[in-house]
Write a protein that binds this ligand. Structure first.
Ligand SMILES: [Zn+2]
Length: 170
């Protein structure tokens, strides 16, 4: 579903109604031959249906719309920042469990100051896929919640398998 071998250990965080993986959660940091690789955008949306519909929203200019909403709606911004802080704390605590006592300060810093979309600007939206992945996995991303409201979650009738077969029919 990723189209390549995963480079980091991951777990399947949520499933679509047909039983296929929907959101994957990778380790937020890994150490490859002594080199630290932080991975703040550690949630991946892999459902083909959701990926397609989110890409359509992005093409319609929704990234900019959400950026404007963050800039103009204080309540929305506060909820968003709250969710980003929760995710930041989760990443650090996961990383500390994986590498107890070893985590360098600059890695901790990256994991605690980057959004789920991999932006160092906490008001940056960047990519809707990661915000939806966070909402599906942890229910704490108001951008993801509005995206889900627009495109609806998968159902037994409308899910991944259909989108996979549509693709292979092309
Ligand atoms: Zn699906």
């Amino acid at each position: 579903m990723l189209g390549r071998e995963p480079r980091t250990p991951f777990t399947i965080k949520t499933f679509c109604p047909d039983g296929t993986p929907q959101v994957l959660m990778a380790d937020p940091v890994f150490n490859e031959e002594g080199v630290w690789k932080p991975f703040p955008a550690f949630l991946w949306l892999v459902c083909p249906r959701l990926k397609t519909l989110v890409a359509e929203l992005e093409q319609q200019g929704q990234v900019r719309e959400f950026s404007q909403k963050l800039a103009s709606d204080d309540d929305f911004k506060e909820k968003f920042l709250h969710g980003q802080n929760e995710i930041a704390r989760l990443r650090v605590s996961m990383a500390e469990k994986i590498y107890p006592g070893e985590l360098p300060e600059y890695i901790r810093e990256i994991l605690s100051t980057t959004t789920i979309a991999g932006s160092r600007d906490f008001k940056g939206v960047k990519c809707l896929h990661s915000h939806l992945a966070q909402e599906l996995a942890f229910h704490n991303n108001p951008i993801g919640a509005e995206v889900l409201e627009k495109i609806k979650n998968c159902s037994r009738e409308d899910c991944c398998g259909k989108y996979n077969s549509t693709r292979s029919d092309l």
